[in-house]
Ligand binder design. Structure first.
Ligand code: C2O
Ligand code: CU
Ligand code: CU
Length: 529
């Protein structure tokens, strides 16, 4: 049964139940999946964030971090944050070779920063925890863009308050362009056949309020919501041309891994990783995207069939023990239950439709490991409560006062952070006064990462890497490109290129991109010398 958007609107279908009630069951016999309660899903068109084309704006981009109210779930408005918007921020399109002047105004009453995740700029301009923008203040970095076409993003990174601010809605996409999309004949009409897809989850109460769970349990495993949203909307539909459509996926969730699959098992041709194109399109029917990661895929809708994008439960996030009931429900072991994410409705489009898949995308040399390369090992630990009582007084993070922690969404005095829950790397919790690694500018190093207890998405600022090894095997082909974020199950080996300078007072970060883990100290600093 298919519904058009108009039929659904006319029928007055409203989400009376939130995600969970609307699971999809696989019928093992014919391997088809059927939508239960389809009418309760997919009733609003996919919002497309405004496009700020830097070229057309004289390379001047202005953003304001601000509060607002957003109807994420229909009929309910909830307090949110956004960049020049009530939720999320505009997509910024920038050209390789340009110098882009950013002007960020902080209209929030918390300290914030803006980090360019995936842009390669000196640490001075990186917008990590050192790039403090106080309430009412303005930050104006000029970014020299010199990197291949890729999908990057921006989000806040204030010390100890990143998870809450991102959860409230602060995030946006950056498209770096260098002409290659045109040369390769890839779909690149923004919002038409080149769609930004920001995947997130949020927790909504039965009253429709979005709440942030900062409890110790949520900090320990990462905060997961009960409602999957795309571009800030629950259950959207995108009308797409009957041809190749490019989807630029960002996992912008605080902690949830998405494991995407189409209900008709339609293939996704992966064309790009975090930092640019891979050598050739690689077809996958399932795609796992960890928090912070980006993938670009092409999907062929030329058959004209309506197709739903679904996700498996987040089993990678499932720790060994100690789940609360709500987490248990979210991270169920029942593999056959899939949750709808969004739907695609192919429509007749009079303008140009891309039909062909390029065979070759970019020259991607096989990684060469120099014989004398430096190795480092980082163990991502949940050093939770080793010396830390689960109850006790507020312990402000170093260098912060109380007003910067929490804010309205954190459960006052009860958040895991406030209770002193700590995470670490190699047994050390994050310390802004300690530099954890000195690397030689322009060198490559092998970084080996080991996860404990659960999967951790690991991210390095100011550096790009190739995956050499995943749990002892070569990485899957669709992850063969340049990346800045990788999901660490057991262990991975990365060949990391360090090409951005740091100033002595401003190291670059490396950390777990489960934002609760990052805030709780699963983060370190490196300098290039
Ligand atoms: Cu996307 Cu240090 O973060
Ligand atoms: Cu980053
Ligand atoms: Cu982690």
């Amino acid at each position: 049964m298919k519904f058009t958007r108009r039929q659904l609107l006319a029928s007055g279908a409203v989400a009376t139940t939130l995600v969970g009630a609307s699971a999809i069951l696989i019928n093992r016999k014919n391997n088809r999946m059927t939508l239960k309660n389809a009418s309760n899903e997919f009733y609003r068109s996919l919002p497309i964030p405004e496009l700020l084309d830097a070229n057309k704006l004289g390379n001047n981009i202005e953003l304001t971090a601000q509060e607002g109210m957003t109807e994420i779930v229909p009929s309910y408005s909830t307090p949110t944050y956004g960049y020049s918007s009530s939720y999320l921020g505009p997509t910024i399109r920038i050209q390789r070779g340009d110098i882009v002047n950013m002007k960020i105004t902080n209209a929030l009453d918390s300290v914030t920063t803006v980090h360019w995740h995936g842009l390669f700029v000196p640490s001075e301009l990186d917008g990590g925890p050192y790039g403090v923008i106080n309430p009412g203040q303005v930050w104006q970095p000029s970014l020299h863009i010199n990197q291949p076409a890729s999908t990057a993003w921006y989000h806040p990174h204030p010390h100890g308050d990143t998870a809450r601010q991102v959860y409230m809605g602060l995030a946006g996409l950056i498209y770096v362009e260098d002409g290659s999309s045109n040369d390769l004949g890839l779909p690149n009409r923004y919002g038409l056949d080149d769609l930004p897809i920001v995947l997130q989850d949020r927790f909504f109460t039965a009253d429709g309020d979005m709440v942030y769970d900062g409890s110790p349990m949520a900090v320990m495993h990462g905060s997961r919501g009960n409602t999957l949203i795309v571009n800030g909307t629950y259950g959207p539909v995108a009308e797409v041309p009957k041809g190749m459509v490019r989807l630029r996926f960002l996992n912008g969730a605080n902690a949830r891994n998405f494991r995407l699959i189409f209900d008709d098992s339609r293939l996704m041709q992966v064309i790009a990783n975090d930092n640019g194109f891979i050598a050739n399109p690689v077809a996958v029917s399932e795609l796992t995207i960890a928090p912070g990661e980006r993938y670009e895929v092409l999907v062929d809708f030329s058959d004209g069939t309506v197709s739903a994008l679904l996700t498996y439960p987040d089993q990678k996030g499932r720790p060994a023990t100690g789940l609360s009931d709500s987490l248990n429900e979210l991270m169920t072991d029942i593999k056959d239950i899939l949750t709808p994410v969004m739907r695609f409705d192919p429509v007749d489009d009079v303008s140009v439709v891309t039909r062909d898949l390029p065979l070759k995308l970019v020259e991607l040399p096989t990684p060469v490991v120099p014989a004398d390369i430096k190795h480092r090992t980082f163990i991502l630990d949940s050093m939770t409560a080793v010396n830390m009582p689960m109850t006790g007084q507020m312990e402000p993070m170093a260098g912060m006062d109380h007003s910067q922690m929490g804010g309205s969404m954190a459960m006052e005095g009860k958040s895991g952070l406030a209770m002193g829950m700590k995470m670490g790397i190699n047994g050390k919790t994050f310390d802004m006064t300690r530099v954890d690694a000195e690397v030689k500018l322009g060198n490559k190093e092998i970084w080996e990462l080991r996860g404990t207890e659960m999967a951790h998405p690991f991210h390095i600022h100011g550096a790009s890497f190739r995956i050499l090894n995943v749990d002892g095997a070569v990485p899957p082909e669709h992850q063969s490109g340049n990346k800045d974020t990788v999901l660490v199950n057991e262990w991975v080996q990365l060949l990391v290129s360090f090409d951005q300078p740091t100033s002595p007072s401003r190291p670059f970060m490396f950390h777990c991109h489960i934002l609760e883990h990052e805030d709780a100290g699963m983060m370190g600093q490196y300098v290039t010398v």
